[in-house]
Ligand binder design. Structure first.
Ligand code: CA
Length: 224
């Protein structure tokens, strides 16, 4: 799904018309396009089925509470950055929200420039991950569905191969050392050995094409 290069799409789930209006008006000049849901159920459905770069989620919502919306998104593997709106002085809400998968929070009443700055910071942190489909030459990788295709044909990859491919796809043209890759894969595979990386590289080459990943002698590997 192409989000377009300049429009940053934000899902706003907020039942209060004044707050929603203020956010939509305030965020527009900063380059954000705001889609609003007025209740938790609609908000959940929009966030589950559409692509957004980030979401602003009020916690006190009709039909479905904000925390429930957030937990359901995360259970659905929706990984967009989520900024929760909490009432002043309710630190427990912030803790619950962060534990439920929120990336940051903002306390009401808020100032628009602070919301803009926090959204930008969240998107920088998640850069590249906001759109679930990565493309490099004829390789397409849907990081949400965990599916890769080469020239439109689906390729079967194991979880670790997918993880390694994702790592390369986020860093095209950059030399990545063996130790960097080891660190990245090690969390998954406690039994990682020094030749593990070479094994994965050769498997990826076999499945995706010989020239997909180049060996840079003495330095590591690069996706060209
Ligand atoms: Ca509310």
């Amino acid at each position: 799904m192409d989000l377009g290069r300049f429009a940053i799409r934000i899902l706003l789930v907020e039942d209060d018309d004044d707050i929603a209006g203020r956010l939509a008006t305030g965020l527009r000049p900063a380059g954000f396009v705001v889609d609003r849901a007025k209740n938790g159920e609609d908000g959940y459905a929009m966030g589950a089925h559409d692509q957004f770069d980030a979401a602003i989620l009020d916690l006190g919502l009709p039909q479905m509470q904000g925390l429930t919306v957030l937990r359901k998104w995360r259970a659905d593997k929706r990984d967009m950055p989520v900024l929760i709106l909490t009432a002043h002085g309710t630190w427990t809400e912030k803790v619950e929200g962060l534990n439920a998968g929120a990336d940051d929070y903002i306390t009401k009443p808020f100032h628009i420039p602070e919301v803009v700055a926090r959204l930008r910071a969240l998107m920088r942190r998640k850069s590249g991950a906001a759109s679930p489909v990565l493309t490099h030459k004829d390789i397409n990788l849907d990081t949400v569905a965990g599916k890769a295709t080469v020239g439109g044909k689906e390729v079967e990859l194991t979880a670790s191969e997918l993880r390694m491919l994702t790592y390369f796809m986020h860093r095209p043209g950059r030399v990545i050392s063996q130790s960097e890759l080891m660190e990245h894969l090690y969390a998954l595979e406690a039994s990682a050995e020094s030749n593990t990386i070479e094994v994965y590289i050769s498997r990826l080459r076999r499945k995706l094409g010989r020239n997909v990943i180049t060996t840079v002698r003495g330095l590591g590997y690069r996706m060209d």
